[in-house]
Design a protein around this ligand. Structure first.
Ligand code: HEM
Length: 206
């Protein structure tokens, strides 16, 4: 059995999968409400009426749980000088010509961009969602703002769904990553290869 290192606590994993479940329910019910071509998807939550009732409440649950998770991971996702150096040399990296690159910490620049994209999109989805939440809040806002909120909600949802498709693809593509979020551990070889600075940091004391 190869050596294992801890990447996520049980609490972080439960939080992540609750966010993922809410996101999937929201994406499916949201598409059903967005265009008649997707209306069949409303069956998941028990039809059009139930989708319309439940979608905003699940949205609030997603926002609370997502920002709970994001608060824990906030500092580790700050973009550093090392990330900027990585970004500058992306062409070389893709052509396999990279030498002397700074070592990657807990997250690479792609993961960090994904993190901040989700932070912005989910904040926009929450705020615009409140403005268009009939009949409770919409009457308090001017019609111009309501129209802008409808547009912002659709654009943010589109970007968030795109970001999550990339997130799931990368999680499957980088072999050994999924177990970080299912079992909480990764192999030492995975940590050394993909996140050497993080591996060194967690082994500092030992
Ligand atoms: C449903 C399928 C999903 C799968 C298979 C999946 C898988 C994973 C895995 C394996 C990691 C750990 C990556 C690592 O530590 O290197 C991770 C991290 C993360 N996931 Fe997911 N995820 C899914 C959905 C979601 C959704 C819907 C969201 C948010 C809306 C989300 C937000 C995050 C965040 C914020 C992290 C931490 C990465 C960072 O802070 O940069 N995930 N996910």
């Amino acid at each position: 059995m190869s050596e294992l290192v801890k990447r996520y606590t049980a609490r972080e994993r439960a939080n992540h999968w609750f966010v993922a479940l809410c996101f999937i329910l929201l994406a499916i019910s949201g598409l059903a409400l967005f265009h008649p071509a997707f209306f069949f998807l409303s069956s998941l939550l028990g039809g059009g009426t139930w989708s319309r009732i439940l979608h905003p409440f699940i949205g609030v649950l997603l926002a609370i749980s997502f920002f709970g998770l994001a608060a824990r991971l906030w500092t580790q996702n700050r973009i550093s000088d090392a990330d900027r150096e990585w970004k500058k040399r992306l062409g070389d990296i893709l052509c396999n010509k990279a030498g002397n690159l700074p070592e990657i910490g807990k997250y690479n620049i792609g993961q960090k961009y994904l993190f901040w994209t989700l932070v912005v999109c989910i904040a926009v989805l929450l705020l615009s969602g409140i403005v268009i939440w009939q009949p409770w809040f919409t009457p308090y806002f001017p019609i111009v703002l309501v129209r802008l909120a409808v547009l912002a909600h659709a654009v943010a949802a589109f970007l968030a769904i795109l970001a999550i498709i990339i997130h799931i693809y990368s999680a499957i593509w980088v072999k050994g990553s999924i177990r970080a979020m299912t079992r909480g551990t990764v192999s030492a070889a995975w940590a050394r290869h993909h996140h050497p600075a993080w591996y060194k940091e967690i082994n500092k004391g030992s």
